[in-house]
Design a protein around this ligand. Structure first.
Ligand code: UDP
Ligand code: MG
Length: 332
């Protein structure tokens, strides 16, 4: 099997040499033990770095044929850099891993085994987050729960360390997401999947290229690219406020008819305030529902991916149309 390892790099001169050494050593080992074919590769994607990252990659690529470099025209962000690598790698299976090797590369052989056992997608999942700060751990785990509640299908505590088989990558190619959140797209692909657990280490040099602002942007991306729940919540809020205002008006009528404590002008001021507010929210919510439909349509996501096809088992049936049932065709 031919493996590609995709490594996005943004201003990583401090870690790159070490990363190169460790990855090539691992890959050579696997090639020597005949687990991988010798045309496997490590694809470093330079995401518009402004330091010596690209010269380092270029130099390494010129002396080692396992190493290949791709340079993006400018900084596009981690997700885009990973996608560029995935769509251009040549392997039968492709593993994406961060340049700082926080994700334990010793899980790679296990990922390959899981793939050989039939899993088209193998998710790397961190066992614990002891190397993260309390803040990062708290927000990250809370975020995964929020996504699950919003109905976004996602693998808990899985970042972008994963193996994709060739078929999964070709399926991914059909997604034309401008707002890219790979963690959300990959589970959409389907196919058989497996999970490999690993310990997450600390970044061994350099500092995080993910400041809070980028993290928040990615978090927001994950919600708005996959869930229309926020729009639906508006509808719910509108309906609740409308019902409440009907309750208030009944109460006001009751006060007026059966007690002495009604304040003149109160009901005619307060009830319309709530009622109109509620009706407006409800209307915005309804508009939101249509917006959500339009939004999903504009994504033009593929409707299906075919995992298996038995046409090769029945050589006389030439199945050209994916919608046609084999029995519809004359068997020659
Ligand atoms: N990265 C990238 N483009 C960016 C930011 C980050 O390609 O705009 C890469 C970076 O070089 C690293 C990976 O994304 O390989 C993860 O970044 P980092 O380790 O800084 O994130 P953290 O682990 O702190 O979340
Ligand atoms: Mg990192």
């Amino acid at each position: 099997m031919r493996l590609s390892i995709v490594v996005p790099c943004y201003n990583e001169e401090a870690v790159l040499n070490e990363t190169l050494t460790r990855l090539t050593k691992l890959l050579r080992g696997l090639i020597n033990s005949a687990e991988l074919s010798s045309d496997s590769e490590i694809v470093f994607v330079d995401d518009g770095s402004r330091d010596a990252t690209w010269p380092i990659i270029e130099k390494a690529a010129s002396v080692d044929r396992l190493i290949r470099g791709l340079k993006l025209s400018r900084n596009r962000g981690h997700q885009q850099a990973v996608l560029a690598g995935l769509l251009n790698a040549r392997g039968d299976a492709i593993i994406s891993v961060d340049a700082d090797l926080q994700d334990d590369i010793n899980a790679i052989p296990e990922m390959i085994k899981a793939h050989a056992a039939g899993a088209e997608v193998v998710y790397g999942v961190r066992k614990q987050r002891t190397t993260d700060t309390f803040f990062k751990r708290f927000t990250a785990e809370g975020y995964y729960r929020l996504l699950a509640w919003l109905g976004v299908e996602i693998v808990f505590n899985h970042a972008d360390y994963r193996l994709l088989g060739r078929r999964a990558v070709e399926a991914l190619r059909e997604y034309r997401e401008v707002n890219l959140f790979l963690r959300g797209v990959i589970p959409q692909l389907g196919f058989m999947s497996a999970i490999v657990y690993y310990d997450r280490a600390e970044r061994f040099a350099g500092e995080s290229k993910y400041p809070l602002s980028k993290m928040l942007a990615l978090a927001w991306q994950g919600i708005t690219s996959f869930s229309t729940m926020p729009l639906r919540l508006i509808t719910g809020l509108g309906a609740t406020v409308s019902l409440m205002s009907i309750g208030i008006s009944l109460w006001a009528i009751w006060l007026r008819l059966f007690t002495e404590s009604s304040v003149p002008g109160w009901a005619s001021t307060v009830v319309p305030l709530y009622l109109l507010g509620g009706v407006q929210l409800l209307c915005i919510g309804v508009i939101g529902e249509y917006l959500a439909k339009t939004y999903l349509e504009t994504k033009r996501r593929p409707l299906f991916h075919i995992e298996k096809d038995t046409t090769h088992l029945t050589p006389h049936v030439a199945l050209s149309n994916a919608y046609a049932h084999p029995e519809d065709k004359p068997v020659v």
